[in-house]
Design a protein around this ligand. Structure first.
Ligand SMILES: *Cc1c(COP(=O)(O)O)cnc(C)c1O
Length: 855
């Protein structure tokens, strides 16, 4: 029978235990071992050791009353609460490095995301994107970075996975009661317009240490049922449902900041979902300052950063023109432009023209055009994104498309096991999540025995957990206690354990290991060197191919023949992930190369000293180095996908049979696999500092947030004088640019290493002055196809201005440090002191000039 209404009856927390509630309400304390110990004292057997609030809610009232009169417990709770509060407010990296936030620093960063995975007790996330956003906020809190998160509250969260008897995924929904979560209702009323209907939003605040996360919620008395339903579930519903959620996020989020009096100087759009925030900022400027639409774009752009996570075009949000007309006509009126202008901002070259029927607004394209900076989430993904979005910058060579990369990271204390945490505290220092490579190098002092002991403890803990979860899963699938009894002793705590846990999207190829059942059987059931595999993951509700893959795994895991060595755990979430990344020996990842933007679960495993075995994709492509794990060879030259899968599957099995499994079982006299533990050390010491979310957040602050804050401040001075001037300047450049070209290049002959060689370029400037352009000489070693490898830039200096027809002469000097074949090319770009090169990129003049040589 299904309940129509869910309510919870909470225990009454005695006044003396208020500190427990304070600790539980701060989602930043979840990784603190002292806090975990304290709650363990409340209820040592709780299933909710990772969700303090739930733990408190489930403890019998008598137990709470008993603790309330236990003076040592009350004192311990109070001391810890005060300690954590002191720690929370103490100066951190950001304060020490960048000083007072008011003093020309960041001011405040507003981080917009449609999902946040902060804790299992706040299930407003679906997977990687949300977990990343959660880890971003947690690491920012640890580093003292002034940031707020803005997202949505969903009354049904994301789907809960359940499997039917045949192994087919069914989606369950669970209604959340926000009052029972670590959320505080704020006294604000934000209003957004949804196609002419004023919609009220209430706001929940979550605390993550010193960082606040605000969740907007349209389920408010006074809104109609259709508006209230906007906050029903994450990634449910059709395009219209999605656009309404994204308006609430973007438009509502910007308005919320105003309500709270928070002045952000950087707006970070986590994926296209957040891009409507830029439209609201533009509207606000037009309405309040009388600026033109174009001026408002210039004024807001430098403070906006766009992060893309989607390496496949099909994964991007696109809205048909009808929807945009329905929801943004009044916005366009207020901005004094027509909807065509908006459609142009999100136009994707090669699709229907903005004003035509069938036109779509591509949110990534719009986000990129409205942002002063953009990045992918690993080096390789940066490259993939530059290729994917190159059509937006038709004149720019692909490698110079202005999309950079900040490799994702993971929040250390959230993901590491207690044993690893203690070890790192001792060896690297208690600030290990923020420590630099030199401190991590001390991991080399850890002994083989110590590493092996903690490996065993964590594997055993996973096996115990997997047995319990597997059994619960079977019971939930409708099996009887007797039918499910076998789950009590599946897996073996001493056997080499591979984990594959991730979304069951076809490109992740969950069944690669199952490709050759005979070989897999020999591997798993080997007498001498057995192997076991744990699978977990959800398929997207609309992804039938993904559900088929899942069923294939579940079928095998339920068969009498395989089930002792192959287990599927359902309802993969933060809690399941935490156990898996700690307990595995080997973390397996088999995406089709270039389709995994980063893949952060392997990073969580690496911080636990768990070795990765993965296709060279995402983060692994840049951080794999032979010692820290293994690379599955990828057969990219094979066009037929099935053939390619088969080749890669064989490569994976061979790697396991010949290298990985033997290394694991190669023991010394004391039973320790010394080559394995050596690799664990290499994994911790080299990957530790690189995969940490602190490294990621520092990269964002230093390379993106601070420059963005400075640029936007400059542009805002004197009532946005510079922004207004930029509009004129752009118009002037656009009109003059077709006359700009390189007329000719002359150079001295160069034949010896180290001899300088001068190069001159004659550049026709049309109506522009020489200081309005920059003439660039790109040079380097020449490879096949006359391509310059790793081109170096030298800016050419003006030698003589304005010959006839406004042709100016520029010069630069080159010299090659070694022998070989070198080449150069000359390019002209517009130059303006307020703009970074990336914003200029739409104008690049190459010309195909005559090159002549003078001896
Ligand atoms: C870390 C994590 C992810 C993302 O990991 P990938 O490596 O990108 O698959 C997804 N879901 C959960 C629950 C996670 O903890």
């Amino acid at each position: 029978m299904r309940a129509d209404h869910i309510y919870s009856v909470a225990t009454r927390l005695p006044e003396a235990l208020a500190p427990l509630r304070d600790i539980a309400m701060d989602l930043g304390t979840g990784g603190d071992e002292r806090a975990r110990d304290l709650f363990r004292r409340v209820d040592p057997d709780s299933r909710h050791a990772d969700d303090f609030l739930k733990l408190l809610a489930r403890v019998p009232q008598e137990r709470l009353d008993e603790l309330a009169v236990d003076p040592t417990f009350v004192a311990a709770a109070t001391t810890l609460r005060d300690d954590l509060a002191r720690l929370r407010d103490a100066p951190r990296w950001y304060q020490l490095e960048h000083g007072d936030p008011g003093n020309n620093g960041l001011g405040l960063v507003a981080y917009f995301s449609l999902e946040f995975g902060v804790a299992e007790g706040l299930p407003v996330y679906s997977g990687g994107l949300g977990i990343l956003a959660g880890d971003h906020l947690k690491a920012a809190a640890d580093l003292g970075v002034p940031i707020v998160g803005i997202g949505l509250f969903y009354h049904y969260g994301y789907l809960q996975q359940s499997l039917d008897r045949s192994g087919w995924q069914r989606e369950l929904t669970r209604q959340l009661n926000p009052h029972a979560l670590a959320l505080t209702l704020l006294d604000v009323d934000v209003v957004v317009d949804l196609a002419g209907i004023p919609t009220h939003l209430r706001v929940w605040r979550a605390e993550i240490g010193r960082v606040q996360l605000y969740l907007l919620d349209a389920d408010v008395d006074g809104n109609g049922p259709a508006e209230r339903a906007v906050s029903d579930r994450l990634y449910g519903g059709d395009a219209e449902h999605r656009i309404r959620q994204e308006i609430v996020l973007g438009v509502g989020g910007v308005r919320l900041l105003d309500h709270l009096g928070l002045v952000a100087s950087v707006f970070h759009m986590n994926e296209g979902h957040a891009a409507f925030s830029a439209l609201e900022r533009i509207r606000k400027l037009v309405v309040t300052t009388g600026m033109t639409f174009d001026e408002a774009i210039e004024a807001t752009r430098p403070s906006q950063l766009f992060t893309t996570h989607t390496p496949v075009p099909a994964g991007i949000d696109r809205f048909p023109r009808e929807l945009i007309e329905k929801y943004f006509t009044s916005w366009a009126d207020e901005c004094k432009v027509d909807v065509d202008r908006l459609m142009e901002l999100g136009h994707e070259p090669g699709t229907a023209a903005p004003s035509e029927e069938g036109a779509v607004l591509n949110l990534a394209a719009m986000g990129l055009r409205l942002a002063g900076g953009a990045n992918g989430v690993s080096q390789l993904h940066g490259e993939v994104s530059r290729e994917m979005f190159a059509p937006l910058w038709p004149e720019v060579p692909t490698e110079e498309v202005p999309i950079g990369a900040v490799t994702n990271g993971v929040h250390g204390r959230t993901w590491v096991s207690r044993e690893i945490g203690d070890l790192l505290d001792r060896v690297v220092g208690t600030d290990w999540p923020e420590a630099r490579p030199d401190a991590w190098a001390r991991v080399d002092e850890i002994t083989d025995e110590e590493l092996w002991a903690l490996r065993r403890v964590n594997r055993e803990r996973l096996v115990t957990y997997a047995r319990r979860r597997a059994k619960e899963g079977l019971l939930a699938r409708g099996m009887s206690e007797a039918e499910a009894a076998w789950a009590d002793d599946v897996l073996d705590p001493s056997v080499f354990t591979i984990v594959f846990a991730r979304r069951f999207a076809p490109y992740k190829r969950a069944t690669m290991l199952l490709h050759d059942r005979e070989r897999l059987r020999s591997l798993l059931f080997s007498k001498k060197r057995p192997v076991q595999v744990v699978f977990a993951g959800k398929a997207h509700p609309a992804d039938d191919p993904g559900k088929h893959l899942l069923r294939e795994v579940v079928e095998l895991a339920s068969s009498v023949e395989w089930r002792n060595r192959l287990v599927f755990l359902d309802d993969y979430d933060i809690g399941v992930a935490r156990m898996l990344v700690r307990g595995a020996d080997l973390w397996l990842n088999t995406p089709v190369r270039r389709l995994e933007a980063c893949g952060t679960s392997g990073m969580k495993a690496a911080l636990n000293g768990v070795l990765n075995c993965s296709i060279l994709d995402g983060w692994w492509d840049e951080l794999f180095d032979g010692d820290v794990g293994w690379a599955v060879p990828s057969a990219e030259w094979v066009e037929n996908p099935e053939e390619r899968n088969a080749i890669e599957a064989r490569g994976l099995l061979t790697l396991l049979e010949h290298q990985i499994v033997p290394t694991f079982y190669e023991r010394d006299a004391d039973g320790v696999p010394v080559e394995w533990t050596r690799r664990m050390r290499a994994c911790l010491s080299t990957l530790g500092p690189a995969v940490s979310a602190s490294r990621m957040v520092r990269d964002y602050v230093d390379d993106w947030y601070l420059p963005a804050a400075h640029r936007s401040r400059r542009l805002a001075q004197d009532d946005y004088a510079a922004a207004r001037e930029l509009v004129q300047w752009r118009a002037r450049i656009a009109a003059a640019w077709h006359d700009v070209h390189v007329v000719g290049i002359t150079h001295e002959e160069q034949s010896h290493v180290g001899t300088p060689q001068r190069v001159w370029a004659e550049v026709a400037l049309g109506a522009l002055d020489p200081d309005e352009v920059q003439v660039q000489l790109w040079h380097g070693r020449v490879e096949a196809g006359d391509q310059i490898h790793d081109p170096q830039l030298t800016v050419m200096q003006l030698e003589s201005a304005s010959g006839p027809a406004n042709v100016a002469r520029f010069v630069a000097s080159l010299s090659a440090a070694e022998q070989g074949s070198f080449g150069f090319t000359v390019r002209v770009v517009p130059s303006h002191p307020q703009l970074r090169d990336d914003v200029l990129a739409p104008f690049v003049a190459h010309g195909t000039p005559q090159v002549s040589c003078i001896d």
